[in-house]
Design a protein around this ligand. Structure first.
Ligand SMILES: Cc1cc2nc3c(=O)[nH]c(=O)nc-3n(C[C@H](O)[C@H](O)[C@H](O)COP(=O)(O)OP(=O)(O)OC[C@H]3O[C@@H](n4cnc5c(N)ncnc54)[C@H](O)[C@@H]3O)c2cc1C
Length: 417
């Protein structure tokens, strides 16, 4: 049996960041990752063309200093994302060119003025605003893309709490990492040496003689403390055996994970340049679908990223990839023109109901919760600590948030030593 000071469950950016900080603080750490690679909701693949494709989390901006610092520290390349004016919207089947995107139009200016303790769903609040049907449809679709759920299924309080922790909304899609942020996660895991173990899902946790005992395919790991660094939705995959951890069996029911499918389309030429399609296309049918220019500014990488969240993700569930691509093309052709049908490379990833991360982009509290279900996870429970993008002190639900949350929990643990 291997014994460590801290066992970290999950090698997303939160778990990796916590592990590095704890190790730097002198703790003996072992990160146990269920999947064959580190990164979690960030996943990079390299195609035959030698280019890195981001299947999950991808963008960051200048205010996200922790992830930007990691890209630099590991010698990877920051690349600027092209973002030109012009949002094309399909609303009620009609094509319109907007100056701002679906959410900027009505959402942000209103939500920050609302009562932060308002009970009920985000949808309930949106309907209370007295906006016209088109404005409501725009908010609904924008939210479904960014939050991944129908707005009826999201708690207003949880959404506002998340947004209020954003330090800036300026251009959150400013940069990418040329080699891929999944590559960065891989390097961080590698640097941990034998402190990182892939293909090691933790299936049960008990407590014995003052130590946690974690059941994994590589045998039992004993640890003085645990950092759980994954979505609360997948807590249910672990059999929590100690009486004091009994609540963790019920806790996942208080959350929902986002439904999300991401499709990356690469083109030989950026045929949309110079047209009224600047950087973003959005539609209310299906709600939650958007397409954005994720190309580099040099014009050597011409990529559109299609995000299908909420209703759009559900509409595509269970269909084969080629049927989904055909559906998506029918939706985005009116925005971009017929050349959109000729991508050189297509990479599709379905994050909906992902067994190890729950879904994408983030996990949310259900609207009918009377108490904040995140509160119990913000405190330690006799050596059991929680972290993850959603528990971040800033930029929750984002990669920057994951790094900050991981570093934050480690700092609190080291302080108490
Ligand atoms: C399609 C998509 C696009 C996104 N776009 C962006 C973006 O552009 N910018 C941005 O900042 N954010 C984006 N995000 C969100 C961002 O990727 C996440 O918020 C962040 O990566 C979450 O990190 P985490 O470490 O908290 O959790 P996760 O990445 O979910 O990591 C948790 C890890 O724990 C592991 N695990 C779970 N259970 C167990 C177990 N029992 N035993 C062992 N291991 C376990 C999982 O396999 C996983 O590797 C996107 C997400 C998706 C899905």
């Amino acid at each position: 049996m291997r014994t460590v000071d801290v066992a970290v469950i999950g090698a997303g950016f939160a778990g990796l960041s916590a592990a590095h900080a704890l190790r730097d603080g002198g703790a003996k750490v072992l990160v146990l990752e269920a999947q064959d690679v580190a990164g979690g909701r960030v996943k990079t693949i390299v195609h035959d063309d030698g280019l890195a494709y981001e299947k999950g989390g991808q963008f960051y901006c200048r205010d996200m200093t922790n992830i930007a610092g990691l890209v630099e520290a590991y010698g990877l390349t920051r690349r600027d994302v092209r973002k030109e004016p012009g949002v094309v919207a399909m609303l009620g089947g009609k094509r319109k060119v907007l100056e701002r995107d679906f959410l900027e139009h009505h959402f942000f200016e209103k939500i920050f003025k609302a009562d932060p303790h308002r009970p009920g769903s985000l949808g309930n609040w949106v309907r209370s605003l007295g906006l016209d049907a088109e404005a409501v449809a725009m908010i609904e679709s924008g939210c479904e893309e960014v939050l991944g759920r129908p707005i009826e299924e999201l708690s207003f309080r949880s959404t506002l709490e998340c947004l209020s922790k954003f330090e800036s909304f300026e251009n959150t899609m400013e940069y990418c990492c040329a080699e891929g942020l999944g590559t960065l996660a891989g390097l961080m895991a590698k640097e941990l040496g034998d402190g990182f173990q892939a293909n090691a899902p933790v299936s049960a946790v008990g407590r014995k003689d003052g130590l946690f005992h974690l059941a994994t395919p590589i045998g039992t790991v004993a640890a003085k403390e645990i950092v759980y660094a994954a979505s609360p939705v997948v807590l249910r995959r672990i059999d929590w055996r100690a009486p004091q951890d009994e609540w963790l069996k019920r806790h996942p029911n208080r959350f929902v994970a986002g439904k999300m499918r991401k499709i990356v389309l690469r083109y030989g030429k950026p045929f949309w340049r110079g047209s009224d399609f600047g950087w973003l296309g959005q539609t209310d049918s299906p709600s939650g679908l958007s397409v954005m220019d994720a190309s580099n500014v040099e014009g050597t990488l011409n990529v559109l990223a299609v995000f299908c969240g909420g209703t759009a993700a559900v509409a595509m569930d269970g269909l084969p990839d080629d049927a989904i691509l055909a559906k998506v093309m029918n939706i985005i052709e009116p925005m971009l023109g017929p050349q959109v049908r000729q991508p050189v490379t297509v990479v599709q990833t379905n994050w909906t109901d992902h067994p190890w991360v729950g879904g994408g982009y983030a996990t949310w509290a259900r609207p009918w919760e009377t108490e904040d279900p995140w509160s119990p996870m913000r405190q330690p429970h006799d050596g059991l600590h929680f972290t993850g993008a959603e528990l971040a002190p800033a930029f929750p639900g984002f990669i920057e948030g994951a790094v900050r949350a991981g570093r934050d929990v480690a700092a609190r643990m080291l302080q108490r030593r």
